[in-house]
Design a protein around this ligand. Structure first.
Ligand code: ADP
Ligand code: MG
Length: 317
């Protein structure tokens, strides 16, 4: 197959149809019709073999994750995802592999009504780059820089499951088979918190997605907001499976490893009750882990300082 046959066979066969796509795959550029007067949010994430995924990664998981990480970025700004591009660099053409990659990608795209509108297909070291554009609410979006002293700090879902998934892949984790399966699912098929991000517009003062680890990502939020935070490590939300491993792994993985794709956000204290109602409506736990304060981030465990060693993943040091 040459790249034109690949494009036609795999990428033009999506089920999502959006009325705002005037020209999709097949021309030199896609032509889109955003709602009049609305702002767009644009993001790109690249996954590279050997950095973000191993050589023998399951292609369906790769297709899912490449889109999921971008959906998570749009969730963190509160945008409604709409249009994606996919730049794929392949070493060889393997029909079954491409079929599975598209299966993972399009299943998630359908779940969020995202249309694939273009991309590029080239030969080289395996990598997958997705670009995603979404539409912001007329009320605006969620930025990193809006946190104020006194705001409560929240985290959605649970943290550290993907970290334990990676340990399981590396054979460094002893856990029961169903816990292992849960950690691997969290690592390979994260659930982007799009509905939460949309609902936080007008409620949260700041937000970020946890892709590099809470310590690093809360650090970015605090830096952008020129504030610090007091965080209670004991209140980090941990899954039941994580808690069963807690004795062996401690709380550090839940703080310093990314890939959970949960949202970390801040809310003025008088609006706490709205967060609780939102958690119930979305059936998604939203845990308060601390408070925004002036100065730096203080990590506390039972009121004692807790040293956070790992600053999060860095591509360049
Ligand atoms: P050009 O040379 O004009 O950039 P290409 O041959 O790269 O065009 O691509 C042809 C069409 O197929 C374009 O509309 C492009 O956006 C789309 N396309 C190419 N690769 C992909 C892909 N991996 N996923 C989705 N669309 C793709
Ligand atoms: Mg091209």
């Amino acid at each position: 197959m040459n790249e034109f046959q690949i494009i036609e066979r795999y990428f033009m066969r999506q089920r999502v149809r959006r009325g705002d796509v005037r020209v999709g795959i097949g021309d030199d550029a896609a032509v889109l019709r955003p709602p009049p007067g609305r702002e767009l949010a644009v993001t790109t994430d690249v996954l590279v073999k050997g950095v973000h995924f191993p050589e023998d990664v399951a292609p369906a998981a790769l297709g899912h994750k490449a889109l999921a990480v971008n959906l998570s970025d749009l969730a963190a700004v509160g945008a409604a995802p709409a249009w994606a591009t996919l730049a794929l660099t392949l070493e060889t053409v393997d029909a079954a592999w491409l079929e599975a990659l598209c299966g993972g990608f399009f299943k998630l795209a359908e779940a969020f009504d995202v249309a694939l509108v273009g991309g590029d297909t080239t030969r080289g070291p395996l990598s997958i780059a997705v670009g995603l554009t979404g539409v912001l609410d007329p009320a605006g979006g969620l930025m990193r820089g809006g946190a104020r002293v006194g705001d409560r700090v929240y985290v959605s879902g649970t943290l550290g499951d993907a970290a334990l998934g990676l340990r399981a892949v590396q054979g460094q984790l002893t856990a029961g088979p169903s816990d292992q399966a849960f950690f691997l699912e969290r690592l390979h098929a994260p659930t982007p918190r799009v509905a939460l991000g949309r609902a936080l517009v007008g409620l949260a003062s700041a937000a970020i997605d946890v892709s590099d680890g809470l310590a690093a990502d809360l650090g970015h939020l605090c830096t952008a907001s020129s504030v610090g935070a007091r965080i209670d490590i004991a209140s980090l939300p941990l899954s039941a499976a994580y808690q069963r491993c807690l004795g062996a792994v401690g709380r550090e993985p839940a703080l310093t490893f990314g890939d959970d794709y949960e949202l970390c956000f801040t809310v003025p204290p008088e609006r706490d009750a709205e967060v609780a109602r939102l958690a119930a409506r979305l059936a998604l736990p939203l845990a308060c882990i601390g408070t925004i304060v002036p100065g730096d981030i203080q990590w506390l465990y039972n009121d004692q300082a807790f040293a956070v060693h790992d600053p999060g993943y860095r591509h360049f040091r």
